[in-house]
Design a protein around this ligand. Structure first.
Ligand code: NAP
Length: 272
């Protein structure tokens, strides 16, 4: 799709959560390059302002920034209110929190926060912004999911479950909203070289397979798939190959065992 067509289908405004860095920032840059104005939101206020200023200077687009925590009700209420004021044609549910730890060793509040940010916030934003998109009979929503949602993944139990929630929600919305001209897409992402990934990975520069992808490449593949690929995209051919092999040839219990072993090899812990 040309940038011009993309703008008319999903513009004039896009909202990207978690857009101060990583994959969210990559989405914001690519959308600005397509001429869309951006509502940028993140809990990292200073970084968010820097991204906003650079997008305005580089692409001449308008921006609005809202520094807040998506687990807070007033944050979501403010974002929904912006949807009344601005014509937001594209929602990118990108922000997420994760924690690598045996389920029972993390406090319950940490799991509850993962649910609030990764599952409840995308649902709320899809509901309030989706209503206007359906009324206008055009728009798009992207939900960022993860390879850890392919099946249960030990050491990130609540994160994996929250990502499965977004994936299934997006699939359901794809079915419901397609006849209204609203495209919904889930990204089942493998490892991306983002600040969060570097922070939690013990040896981030070690060569692994499938390879760790630059976030810009994953975001570009997702934007190219929006409106074309029915409901789901797996960025990177190596990730697609692994995904195909797992789904096609292994029983689910073996996938669960494999994912857990891979997590233990990389991050340790979890055994009696
Ligand atoms: N990186 C990977 O390997 C990978 C793999 C699969 C899927 N994903 C998915 O890709 C998406 C982006 O991940 P990323 O690696 O780019 O993460 P990132 O580098 O941490 O960037 C995410 C941004 O969102 C912000 N954020 C987190 N929780 C928030 C909240 N409650 N309210 C407002 N802002 C919040 C973060 O702020 P803080 O820095 O304060 O947390 C950060 O600025 C996530 O949905 C993640 O699950 C990533």
């Amino acid at each position: 799709m040309s940038h011009h067509d993309f703008y008319h289908r999903y513009g004039p405004w896009a909202l990207v959560t978690g857009s101060a860095q990583g994959l969210g920032e990559a989405f914001a840059r690519l959308l600005a390059a397509r001429g869309l104005n951006l509502v940028l939101t993140d809990r990292q206020g200073e970084k968010l302002t820097a991204v906003s200023e650079s997008l305005r200077a580089e692409y001449g687009v308008e921006t609005r920034t809202l520094a807040c925590d998506l687990a807070a009700e007033d944050c979501l209420a403010s974002l929904c209110a912006l949807g009344q004021e601005l014509e937001i044609g594209l929602l990118v549910n990108n922000a997420a929190v994760s924690r690598i730890q045996p389920f029972l060793d993390a406090p319950l509040t940490a799991h509850q926060n993962i649910l609030a940010v990764n599952a409840a916030a995308p649902l709320t934003l899809a509901h309030c912004l989706g209503a206007s998109m359906r009324a206008r009979r055009r728009g798009g929503m992207i939900f960022v999911s993860s390879a850890s949602a392919i099946a249960g993944t030990g050491l990130v139990a609540s994160y994996a479950a929250s990502k499965a929630f977004g994936w299934v929600l997006a699939e359901s919305l794809w079915a419901e909203l397609q006849p209204w001209g609203v495209d919904v897409l889930t990204i089942v992402s493998g490892n991306l070289d983002t600040p969060a990934w570097r922070q939690i990975t013990p040896r981030p520069d070690e060569a692994v397979w499938p390879p760790v992808m630059p976030p810009e490449v994953a975001a570009r593949e997702a934007l190219e798939a929006l409106g074309k690929t029915p409901s789901r995209v797996v960025p990177g051919w190596q990730n697609r190959l692994v995904f195909f092999f797992l789904q096609r040839f292994l029983p689910r219990r073996q996938i669960v065992a494999m994912l857990y072993r891979a997590m233990q090899n990389r991050y340790g812990t979890g055994q009696p």
